[in-house]
Design a protein around this ligand. Structure first.
Ligand code: GLN
Length: 458
């Protein structure tokens, strides 16, 4: 923990962390030592981890990258944080976590809305491979911290690609499990029907260990958490992938995919063939409309979730107001950044009377079609592979239209809308010597096949 704290403190220029509290970290390290001495250690006990600042923590502030939550302290730990750390011992619960030591909280786009960490209200995060470029987003602090060895493990969240795309941009490994695998309790909500937690680390093997600690039903606190038996995702890591059928969707290789990324992805697919996998072309005809579908559903849910930030119960409250309505207005005007406001406006519009059927309902229907197409595809293949993003990491501040960022989500959104597990692992380099990530998508609850394939590749 001391080693990684020192490295993290030496690189404020990367903007990876939003908060570090050395004393709090060392206190947890002591607890881990005690457990080890008592013979109660798990394989992860004492291993440092940093959490995306979307997970609430009692011992570190939680901002979700927003001014709205500046200096906010949660009275409880997110379930994922408790499970990876020391349980909820101080809240009357058990000391039943994996015993990992928290290094601090990681930068992210405000309320996880973004693809380059440029929407953080605090600092831009930088890509350690080329600091003039973005680390991806919204879990950009997580990918930057792993790539620069500021932490051996990190959590991320993925609503539409926010684990897979930053993992790809920074040459690290990350997995978003099946929707419902990990508890959303204590994850600041963006779009609840899509939000999932997942680990980011150097390798698939590390991700398997982390995911095993992270997942599990949370019946009392997240009604969408899946009641499936706890799994050790590392058991299948070393199995042969001889005969594994990998489906390659033709829609993932059309217009918009940069040539340098295409070359790296095709080489990776060849390497999978050499490992014994069989490639077959598949089609996901509705996947290309994932962008409009996601950018209706996610803002709709966000507009509802973010209504809680009204200056009354917690978070920022405007100083100047004359009545209740102006208190709400000024608070939200000051507390939210441009992208968040854009999405709240879009979300309230598509949910409003008269437009609901045309936009929100239609988007939900297409979402179902996309999920069905995946099920059809999985009749002919075990996994689906393609690029995680259409380009390598772009330059910070490349004066872009917000729409450009939305369009770059094209390859990660389909699996999100279907609730399927997806991961990205590094496969090579593209323009500017920047890393390229291969995305693997599995059927529901098939995380261990994804991790097995990636581990054999690595
Ligand atoms: N880039 C997408 C967005 O801005 C995905 C974000 C996420 O997965 N949290 O909504």
């Amino acid at each position: 923990a001391q080693h990684f704290l020192a490295r993290s403190q030496a690189r404020p220029d990367l903007g990876a962390y939003l908060s570090i509290d050395e004393a709090a970290t060392l206190a947890q390290a002591k607890l881990a030592d005690e457990r080890r001495a008592n013979g109660q250690a798990t394989p992860l006990t004492g291993v440092p981890i940093a959490h995306k600042d979307i997970f609430v923590t009692r011992e570190w502030p939680t901002t979700a990258g927003s001014k709205m939550l500046e200096n906010y302290r949660s009275p409880f730990d997110a379930t994922v944080v408790a499970r990876m750390g020391f349980g909820n011992r101080d809240q009357g619960g058990q000391d039943d976590g994996a015993g990992m030591v928290t290094l601090g909280k990681l930068n992210c786009d405000e309320f996880a809305m973004g693809s380059g960490n440029e929407n953080s209200a605090y600092a831009k995060a930088h890509n350690p491979w080329d600091v003039s470029r973005v680390p991806g987003g919204s879990s950009g602090g997580s990918s930057a911290a792993i790539a620069a060895r500021l932490a051996p493990a990190a959590t991320g969240t993925d609503t539409g690609g926010s684990i897979r795309q930053p993992a790809a941009f920074c040459g690290v490994t990350g997995i978003k499990p099946t929707y419902g695998r990990a508890s959303r309790y204590g994850m600041v909500a963006y779009a609840s029907s899509l939000d999932q937690a997942g680990p980011m680390a150097q390798t698939a093997e590390d991700c398997a260990l982390l995911l095993s600690a992270m997942c599990g039903v949370d019946a009392d606190r997240d009604s969408t958490s899946l009641d499936v038996p706890k799994e050790d995702f590392s058991l299948k890591l070393n199995e042969s992938i001889e005969g594994l059928r990998i489906g390659v969707p033709k829609e993932f290789f059309g217009e918009g995919l940069d040539d340098d990324v295409r070359v790296a992805i095709e080489a990776a697919l060849k390497q999978y063939e050499q490992l014994g996998a069989k490639l077959c072309e598949i089609s996901l005809p509705t996947a290309p409309v994932s962008i409009p579908v996601y950018y209706i559903i996610a803002p709709a849910e966000a507009s509802s979730n973010l209504s809680r930030f009204d200056g009354v119960k917690f978070g920022h409250r405007a100083r100047d107001f004359t009545d209740l309505a102006s208190m709400y207005e000024n608070t939200r005007e000051e507390g939210f950044g441009d992208e968040v406001k854009r999405r709240i406006l879009t979300g309230t519009y598509v949910l409003s009377h008269g437009y609901y059927d045309a936009y929100y309902l239609k988007a939900q229907q297409i979402r179902r079609l996309i999920a069905n197409e995946f099920q059809q595809a999985f009749q002919n293949c075990d996994l689906i592979a393609g690029p995680a993003a259409p380009s390598v990491a772009w330059k910070i501040g490349a004066d872009k239209d917000p729409l450009d960022d939305y369009l770059a989500d094209i390859f990660t959104l389909p699996a999100s809308l279907a609730g399927l597990p997806g991961m990205s692992h590094p496969v090579g380099f593209g323009n500017g010597g920047m890393p390229v990530g291969l995305q693997l998508i599995g059927n529901y609850l098939q995380e261990s096949s994804l991790l097995n394939a990636a581990h054999r590749f690595q």
